[in-house]
Design a protein around this ligand. Sequence first.
Ligand SMILES: Nc1ncnc2c1ncn2[C@@H]1O[C@H](COP(=O)(O)OP(=O)(O)OP(=O)(O)O)[C@@H](O)[C@H]1O
Length: 457
Amino acid sequence: MAPSEAEEKWARLDDHLRARLREDLYGRWFRSLRPVALDGERLAVAAPDKFHRDFVDDNYRHWFDEEVIPGVLGERLRIQFVVDDAPRLPSPAASAQPSIAPPPVVTPAAEADAFSRDARPNPRYTFETFVVGESNRFAVAAAQAVAAKPGKNWNPLFLHGSSGLGKTHLLHAIAHAIPLATPGARVAIVSSERYTNDFVDALSKGTMADFRKKYRECGALLVDDVQFFAGREKTAEEFFHTFNALYEQNIQIVLSSDRSPKELKGLEDRLCSRFGWGMRVQIDTPEFETRAAILKKKAEVEAIELPDLVAELLATHIRSNVRELEGALMRLAAFASLKAEKITEALARDVLSDHIPPPGYKPSIEKIQEAVALKNGLTVAKLTSPSREQKIALPRQIAMFLCRELAKDTYQTIAEKFNKKDHTTVIAAVQKVSELYDTDSAVRASIDELRTVLGGS
Ligand SMILES: Nc1ncnc2c1ncn2[C@@H]1O[C@H](COP(=O)(O)OP(=O)(O)OP(=O)(O)O)[C@@H](O)[C@H]1O
């Protein structure tokens, strides 16, 4: 049978990747990809499972869209990574892939059927690969305590924090660790999305008894991103009953969310209050040292030669999201591999110029005002107005703080640009925001994100 257009295009891309990438990198992430469809300007490529799909999507999609596809095919196709659900016979090439250790989960065969491949913990997300720092120390301690004695310490454990700070990683680490401490325990780990789909499926097929067995007859239930239950009333109600059934039997429940139970909108109070019954732990944005350590750990796991200086450069400029930090490292590693060069500061500055500004770069006061206004849904006119409303006053103080730190202008110049006669207003704002940075994690996350966006160091 003649190859399809999708197969032809992918074959050219694949030849390029195989010839240019380091063998281990190619073998681990690219060899098992296969084209599934070409639909207009979109090339769908399947990865063997959800973790693989998420990883290539997070780390390589932009690189494909912006560099590889235009370079090799000379056209602007968009790549879309999907999960491969077609059964395939093992091929000699596939069996030559470097193997990734299977997750250390004790799962009886019959139960393994109930939880398909993408509902098992990611082998890469373990406590060993998680870097502990001030920002997550408490969350890790709680996660380890729960994993050691499920259902005994804190039930439920509720982990919350901004996107990309390691909540999913910790959930999976718990899922790996529970069966080690409690042999035979079957851990059900799912995203709220997956739980919802299973529920809808069970409703439409009339298989609710199987659904309930699957989620209620387990040693622990771990659900990622429960904020997505909001607005899905029927699913949330079913989850309320799942929660009660497990809780009454002292079965460990671990939940993650991008906000605290109190801040969850669109969910019934009775569910939110249950989320807060056990232990709630926040994960904050990591400090510089933790960011650098995460990069070094990641480089070690991926066998990437990363000089300390480059790790520090990335950690200085990418602050608010570990996923972005890792993405930058993977992009850098792919480029180094393609160019057959070592990773150096010069290469990092070249490849990651969207994250790392040139040495000596300073954003202007106007640029800072625009970025702060945008982030807070304000106009620059509002930000620089005399309003004392908290939703305007705090962003204004943050903007002044950043002007001092990044633009390095004098207090007087900053005051003038904010329509203030008196420069002591700026001095007071800088002092207040410095204190808030140490005591208020939301302010810290917001400032770190703005620093990354503005490219200051
Ligand atoms: N402290 C850490 N040590 C090692 N890796 C980390 C750490 N924190 C985050 N990561 C890595 O960062 C990436 C993003 O983390 P993860 O997916 O767990 O974030 P999340 O908080 O669940 O985000 P979201 O809310 O968007 O789902 C993962 O690859 C994870 O391994």
